[in-house]
Design a protein around this ligand. Structure first.
Ligand SMILES: [Ca+2]
Length: 221
């Protein structure tokens, strides 16, 4: 009679252990699942954090300067200005809007002859929109470079074009002084132009004196 309860007890114990193992197994599965979910969430969070891209919008102000005097449109003409007399014994502004007919190097050149005295040149600019194409525009380095002096009409007498700090520059301490006599010398600087681009050229000229055999020619070609 005592065997039966023992069998029942053993069966219950076995079932209980089995259930307990099942519960433990289920709890382990739940823990593993929870661990996977947390791992996935952390990965997702880390990914989300990493996916935030910091963008900075930088606004660059570009201002196209107003020429010092109103430009005359010359199309693609290579001669901007020519005179056979002095342009005045005080500084006078000249400005031209020039359209480049080609892409490549162009030369802005000033040919000066002034038998009685000097030509003076200062504040030369060539703007493509807001971009200044020239260097040493006001001769304030105190030397000619990157301007170049050449003598296409031979060796002239008088005072060859040079950067000087006398005779009242228009700006700063220096300007170009050119007293080439007997023939003209040439002061030029190159820049790279683009087809169809409009370049606004401006410069200031002064004649040291009035008199005979004075000439100036400004070309862009
Ligand atoms: Ca100057």
């Amino acid at each position: 009679m005592r065997v039966f309860p023992r069998i029942i007890k053993s069966t219950f114990k076995s079932q209980f252990q089995h259930q307990n193992e099942t519960v433990n197994f289920n709890m382990k599965i739940e823990h593993i699942a929870l661990a996977i979910i947390i791992a996935l969430w952390l990965t997702s969070s880390a990914g989300a954090t990493n996916s935030i891209v910091s963008t900075t919008n930088t606004t660059i102000a570009t201002t196209t300067p107003t020429p010092p005097c109103s430009p005359t449109s010359v199309g693609s003409a290579s001669t901007l200005y020519t005179t056979s007399s002095g342009s005045g014994t005080s500084y006078t502004c000249f400005s031209y809007a020039w359209t480049s007919p080609a892409t490549g190097l162009v030369t802005l050149a000033f040919e000066f002859r002034h038998d009685p005295d000097h030509w003076f040149l200062d504040d030369v600019s060539v703007y493509a929109g807001p971009v200044q194409m020239l260097n040493n525009t006001g001769f304030e380095t105190g030397s000619l470079s990157p301007w170049v002096r050449t003598t296409p009409y031979g060796t002239c007498s008088g005072v060859a074009g040079y950067v000087c700090n006398s005779y009242s520059p228009r700006s700063g301490s220096y300007h170009l002084c050119d007293g080439s006599n007997g023939c003209a010398d040439r002061i030029s600087q190159q820049f790279t132009a683009t087809t169809g681009q409009i370049y606004v050229v401006s410069f200031w000229l002064k004649s040291g004196a009035t008199g005979s055999t004075i000439s100036a020619k400004v070309t862009l070609s």
